[in-house]
Design a protein around this ligand. Sequence first.
Ligand SMILES: [Cu+2]
Length: 176
Amino acid sequence: MCCFLFLVAFLAFFANAFSAGVPPVATPSANAHFPAKVEVQNVVVKDLRTKILNGPKNGAAYVSIYNGNSYAITLQKVEVVPGVFDRVELHDHIVRIDANGNKYMQMIEISAMEIAAGETLNLVPGSRHLMLMDIKPTYCGEKTLTFKFLFRKNSGETFDINVEVPVEKDSQRCGG
Ligand SMILES: [Cu+2]
């Protein structure tokens, strides 16, 4: 019995010795640092993602914002730091009709986005979205961007929610 235990301890020692220099198998995902959602004052901001293509001078961002309060809130403004965009605009798509009677979609800037009590505002391609105006060359030099969402309650009180996203270093725009 004593020798069996000794053998087990001996083998365990060797197993440890051999695995000591081996890096852990489970490596955290590249985006592990970025929370899937951020909740402040019963408002949940999640799935923030940017679309920065190689060529266009503007980019876009999409996100989902849930208002868990019993009152409406208004998304008034979005800012990004560091200042790699000239500004962020709130945009919507509207249907226009040209001189020949053909329908087409046009993007327009809107001043705010209201989110009713218990509702979710989904910013998605082809609908309402955030427009990242005038992408600066410094964009690719950053590791992360912080989006600052500024809200106003009907009472007039304001609050903001900050959400971090990675800069897509492997994108074509950044030479990846
Ligand atoms: Cu737009």
